[in-house]
Design a protein around this ligand. Structure first.
Ligand code: PXL
Length: 278
């Protein structure tokens, strides 16, 4: 155990392996106490299921936070993901400023787009509001689609290092500090993660699988958070999260019945091994 306590704010998709149903087990497996603030409850995630239910929990959040304040509860890290409403962005700003211990780390995963498209419940008003959350994060964890929506720069599927650098610089001018950008690939058959820290870009490349899996952004962000709270550097955490996410996908893609998520449970021992947890 690390004796560290993280608060993660994102939805519960009851079925479908994403957001809190992956963050809780993954961060816990990293030996980190994982506290949750659900932003919404859905019957399934929104990527491929029809007729999902959606209960927005915006109205419940202030009372939960006030109760924690009255109990003097604070966190070593706060990791936010998929939110349930535009109004929640303001609530999340207050959580980031009030609920962390001294030196706590604040990780914001924009969690609103992939493959150049917004997830179904979001619109450009949400994107523009989320933009204002960027300065409140120590580490921003966008994919290329989210970086493009946030900055207004063109979304590209094929690009070079200059394009990624222009996304980093535009995010920095919006107030971003450290940026961990996922799904950055320069060569056919490869993808990776680019890390922007102190005006320097570091890059970790790995194989790109022929199919993508839903929820891998959340798997990645959760493993990244778990590794960071185990004392790994940002770049090492980014690499560990990438290796774990790829393993989850390898363990899933041959099973055509498992189209809705990645079998992240099968690779938890591998993640623990990467973190030297016994
Ligand atoms: O994985 C991101 C995510 C989280 N939560 C819900 C989603 C998605 C992606 O579609 O639908 C409800």
């Amino acid at each position: 155990m690390t004796n560290k306590k993280v608060l993660t704010v994102q939805d519960i998709s009851c079925y479908g392996q994403c957001s809190l149903t992956v963050a809780l087990p993954i961060i816990s497996a990293c030996g980190v106490e994982t506290c949750i603030l659900p932003s919404a409850v859905l019957s399934t995630h929104t990527g491929g299921f029809k007729g999902f239910t959606f209960r927005d929990l915006t109205q419940d959040m202030p009372a939960i936070i006030n109760h924690w304040k009255s109990e003097n509860i604070k966190f070593d890290a706060i990791y936010t993901g998929y939110l349930g409403s535009i109004e929640q962005v303001g609530i999340v700003k207050n959580i980031l400023s009030d609920m962390g211990k001294q030196d706590s780390v604040k990780i914001v995963d924009p969690a609103f787009a992939d493959h150049g498209k917004l997830y179904s419940i979001f619109n450009l008003d949400y994107v523009n509001t989320l933009k204002t959350l960027i300065p409140n994060a120590d580490i921003l964890l966008p994919n290329v689609s989210e970086a493009s929506f946030l900055t207004g720069l063109e979304y590209k599927e094929i690009y070079d290092e200059d394009y990624i650098l222009s996304l980093f610089k535009a995010l920095k001018s919006l107030g971003a500090k450290t940026i961990v950008m996922t799904g950055v690939g320069y060569k056919q058959g490869y993808t990776g993660v680019a890390v922007y820290q102190n005006d320097t870009v570091s890059y970790y490349e790995h194989n790109k699988l022929e199919k993508s899996c839903h929820g891998t952004g959340d798997i990645y962000a959760s493993a990244f958070t778990g590794a960071l709270l185990n004392g790994k550097t940002v770049f090492d955490s980014a690499k560990i999260a990438a290796d774990y996410t790829v393993r989850c996908m390898i363990n899933t893609i041959d099973d055509s019945t498992h189209w809705y998520g990645a079998k992240f449970e099968t690779a938890l021992p591998y993640l623990m091994q990467l973190l030297d947890i016994k």
